[in-house]
Design a binder for this molecule. Sequence first.
Ligand code: RIB
Length: 302
Amino acid sequence: MSKRIVVVGSINIDLVYEVPSIVKEGQTIQTTDHHLFFGGKGSNQAMTAAQLGADVAFVGSVGEDGYGQQAIFNLEGQHVDTTYIHQQGLTGQAIIQLSHTAENSILLYPGANFNVTPAQIDEASDVIERSDMLLLQLEIPLPAIERAIDIAYASNTQIFLNPAPSQPLSDDMLMKIDYLTPNCTELESLSGIPFDEDNLSEACEILINKGVGCVIVTLGKKGSYYFTRNGQQGYLSSNKMRPVDTTGAGDAFSGALAVALLNGAELEEAIHYASDVAGYVVTQKGAQPEIPSSYRYLAHQL
Ligand code: RIB
């Protein structure tokens, strides 16, 4: 039976402008191409997990506009349960500059994402309670995220947080997290010590001592580093890919890691799998490319 994941988080429309280089303050440059993609860290995680074979439900908010309806249809196209998505105000938008060297910069208009309240989370408490894992990011208000964590914690639903975009988190929240996937900036801000590859274990240990079960630091091209509550730790490299667009790579990594862990993969195997999926995603434009069925978790295992 498919494992059940509930994603609580953001949904955006990504307005992507291809540019020769990221615009600087006071500069005007001409774009070379333009795309409209589905995005939002929560939606990206959900679409990845659903395409890889998980049974996914989504709790979040889109606008009453056309973008909102399209974003819901997009999730439904991968059989994501959208019952718990509210429609109010304007859909969130990300204005993304994508350079010819695959760098990006993102300007975020949260819109309806900021309408998600603890009361909306309470309405979805049943789906959080009966899911195997709660998957989170930080693009909706923290009180709603905290409420979702409390419900999951009380019902033994595993809690997986990608702490992006970076912001301070309480010790009370961190102690309930089973899996945390910071990048370098997020690790620095959460641990309170400057990022340095030589002190990764020290930074992770600070979070483990706060009660996090397992920290997996994403290091971009360099792969990842993990540190668990049992003291297990190590570096894992990733396959060398030629990226065309790294938008959503971290979200795909988290979505895929969640699927592998729920299907019983050992941690290192799960991280390798998540890196492979994220490695494919960066070779495609947009944060939610169609992922070939050969990447589905069970197909990958055969
Ligand atoms: O992580 C990438 C995502 O961040 C984009 O899809 C964009 O919508 C922003 O939320």
